[in-house]
Design a protein around this ligand. Structure first.
Ligand code: CP
Ligand code: NVA
Length: 308
């Protein structure tokens, strides 16, 4: 496995499979109340340039449950906020902690951290990708269907950071992905090209109804990601017609599930009846962030998971 997780494609297909299996193991150990302090004495630095509920709490709780410690760091409280260079900050942090997780506006900042850091760096969301989210999503899908390969997955709405990681992961997991979005809000062309070159089956269309027809999994996310608040009015207009409603879900396979990374905006990208309905697995998905990231932390920061 690579030293860092900046993109979901830093994982091989085998890495992804192993991570999901180990996440399922850790979930069972936790539910059975069995100790699993595989990172005893290790610390994770967490740098958040943007708000977070799930990522912060799941990483912080995850480190605690693994016997380690997590530090929540706001860049404005670090010397970075006063101009200290990333390359110096990354080298200094590497002398204290076993790993660094960063949520940043610009993906390049995380890349620079990773280049200069001696310890693993994890992307906790950037403008380009959200790999930790997609590991948890794929774990949720696999728990439900028992497999990933051959499933039909439909992404409805903004081709954003979460969508980019889902596009790339299609090359690892073997699902067929259809993205329905307005032309201007398609996933990045370089991301789609990379996914296809690596064997991913990705189709880009406009019509949400066509995308969800017979789908096994329907996924969406906010129309206005963090940092895009200035475009809110334009985006709400562009995405009208892209809500995941009950009528849209009825075009999917009757056994289809609905996923959303959260936070959700009911009445915009998803109708209340869908997110609260029986096909919605959004809270299992949110819980799986904890288990998936614990598996990732053990892999990157510690020794292999052992049963005892
Ligand atoms: N899904 C997700 O990353 O949520 P937060 O922004 O609350 O961390
Ligand atoms: N696309 C959203 C995801 C939030 C978890 C954002 O970047 O704000």
């Amino acid at each position: 496995m690579n030293k860092d997780l900046l993109s979901i494609l830093d994982l091989s297909a085998t890495d992804l499979e192993v991570l999901i299996s180990e996440a399922v193991n850790l979930k069972m150990l936790r539910k059975a109340g069995r100790p699993h302090e595989f990172l005893k004495g290790k610390a994770l630095a967490m740098v958040f340039e943007k708000a977070s509920t799930r990522t912060r709490i799941s990483f912080e709780t995850g480190m605690f449950e693994l016997g380690g410690h997590a530090l929540f760091l706001n860049p404005n409280d670090l010397q970075i906020g006063r101009g200290e260079e990333i390359r110096d900050t990354a080298r200094v942090m590497s002398r204290y902690v076993a790993g660094i997780m960063i949520r940043a506006y610009h993906h390049e900042l995380i890349e620079e951290f990773a280049r200069c850091s001696e310890v693993p760096v994890i992307n906790g969301l950037s403008d380009r990708e959200h790999p930790c989210q997609i590991i948890a999503d794929l774990m949720t899908i696999r728990e439900h269907f028992g497999t990933l390969s051959g499933l039909k997955v439909a992404w409805i709405g903004d081709g954003n950071n979460v969508c980019n990681s889902l596009v790339l992961a299609s090359a690892l997991a073997g699902y067929e992905l259809t993205v329905a979005s307005p032309h201007r809000f398609q996933p990045r062309a370089d991301v789609v090209d990379r996914a296809r070159a690596a064997g991913g089956e990705v189709t880009l269309i406009r019509n949400p109804g066509d995308a969800v027809t017979d789908a096994d999994v329907v996924v969406t996310d906010t129309w206005v990601s963090m940092g895009e608040e200035g475009e809110k009015a334009e985006r709400l207009k562009a995405f009208s017609g892209y809500s995941v409603t009950g009528a849209l879900m009825r075009r999917a396979d009757p056994g289809a599930i609905f996923l959303h990374c959260l936070p959700a905006h009911r009445g915009q990208e998803v109708a209340d009846e869908v997110i609260e309905g029986p096909q919605s697995l959004v809270f299992d998905e949110a819980e799986n962030r904890l288990h998936a990231q614990k598996a990732l932390l053990v892999k990157l920061l510690g020794r292999e998971i052992r049963e005892e």
